[in-house]
Design a protein around this ligand. Structure first.
Ligand code: FES
Length: 107
């Protein structure tokens, strides 16, 4: 069961344990992090589930698809090299300890 640490927009840390196979977006929403709008529910059409993933585990996450990169280009908030759309990241036991930062806003 991967344990994820979210860095909230106000700097607080929130730790969430989720089942493998769940998307990072669902983990955040079900974990009560706030800060993700995820308006399209994971259909890759809104880019309001934007997060930053840092640390050594980032290399264990498959690279974004071309479609995800196109959507990230349209994200309202500053995009970093480690930006991802959280609905496209599926959590696995290998990602136990992942650290994810939420943007100040999705708009
Ligand atoms: S929830 Fe809409 S793109 Fe991720």
């Amino acid at each position: 069961m991967p344990n994820i640490t979210f860095i909230l927009a106000n700097g607080e840390l929130k730790k969430v344990a989720v089942a493998a196979g769940v998307s990072l977006m669902k983990a955040a929403i079900d974990g009560g992090t706030g800060g993700l709008d995820a308006e399209c529910g994971g259909c890759l059409t809104c880019a309001t589930c934007h997060v930053y993933i840092d640390g050594p585990l980032v290399d264990k996450i498959p690279a974004p698809s071309e479609e995800e990169n196109v959507m990230l280009e349209g994200a309202a908030v500053h995009v970093r090299p480690t930006s991802r759309l959280s609905c496209q990241v599926v959590l696995s036991d290998e990602l136990d300890g992942l650290v994810v930062e939420l943007p100040k806003s999705q708009y």
